[in-house]
Design a protein around this ligand. Structure first.
Ligand SMILES: C[S@@+](CC[C@H](N)C(=O)[O-])C[C@H]1O[C@@H](n2cnc3c(N)ncnc32)[C@H](O)[C@@H]1O
Length: 240
């Protein structure tokens, strides 16, 4: 992959894209309630337990809000590299004021900011790891492992690429069946939609490769905890 063609930062730091993303919030989040809830309940905490988790590539905080809602004594650190997404997030996160903090962090570099504690109880990522080149996916998983306390969990909710074109076509058939407008949307993208799509798929890789990265980083308890077509939730924990 020619990384000079990487438009990820330009896309997520564009006011226009942030505006489109926030305008689509209600519809998008309605379709993700079950996945958000599952990520929250997979974490090994009692409902009244106090703990701190990190949400990387947090955007407007959808994953954090699900966890903060389920665990009223938890606190969140939300990291992102888009000031537009973070300021939109400040509004969406209002109900949790005092229990969260945004930190600026570009995950394409390996130097984690000091504002992220060295020992975290859990780390989550959603819909963002696929924006990183493979060496950074792998590096990030190792860095996450190193920032977790023993027993700490990492969960990732993300789309993956099919290894087999026949499987990819089957996923597309099923998606088109669920959304009768999908095929026409695919064929009639605006330039902004096409740029977002190109960015969406640029570094998307098969699930197996990502589970290998988790294993190499040292995680145990690795599983695909949920999967529907191209969308998965996988993760594991740092052994004690
Ligand atoms: C599709 S949105 C997902 C946001 C949120 N995690 C969610 O599930 O709704 C992708 C987010 O990842 C962030 N992002 C993409 N690449 C990043 C990078 N290299 N470093 C930090 N954040 C990044 C974007 O700014 C954006 O907020």
């Amino acid at each position: 992959m020619d990384q000079s063609a990487d438009t990820n930062a330009a896309i997520w730091q564009s006011g226009e894209v942030v505006q489109t993303w926030t305008a689509e919030t209600e519809q998008r989040e309605r379709g993700q309630v079950a996945q958000r809830r599952l990520m929250a309940v997979l974490l090994p905490f009692g409902e009244q337990e106090a703990f701190t988790f990190l949400d990387l590539g947090a955007g407007t905080g959808a994953a954090s809000r699900a966890i903060l809602s389920r665990y009223p004594r938890s606190t969140a650190i939300l990291a992102d590299f888009s000031s537009g997404m973070m300021s939109a997030g400040e509004q969406a996160m209002q109900p949790f004021a005092g229990r969260y903090q945004y930190v600026e962090f570009d995950m394409s570099a390996s130097g984690w900011p000091a504002a992220i504690p060295a020992a975290l109880d859990a780390v989550v990522t959603s819909l963002c790891v696929h924006h990183l080149p493979d060496d950074r996916k792998q590096g990030l998983f190792t860095e996450i492992f190193e920032h977790l306390v023993p027993g700490g969990w990492y969960l990732n909710y993300d789309p993956v690429r099919a290894e087999d074109p026949v499987v990819e076509a089957a996923w597309q058939r099923a998606n088109d069946h669920d959304d009768p407008e999908a095929a026409s949307k695919r064929l009639n993208r605006t330039p902004q939609e096409q740029a977002r799509w190109d960015n969406h798929v640029r570094y998307m890789i098969p699930l197996r490769q990502q589970l290998d990265y988790l294993r190499s980083a040292g995680f145990h308890g690795i599983d695909v905890y949920w999967k529907h077509l191209e969308n998965v939730i996988y993760g594991g924990y740092r052994p004690g």
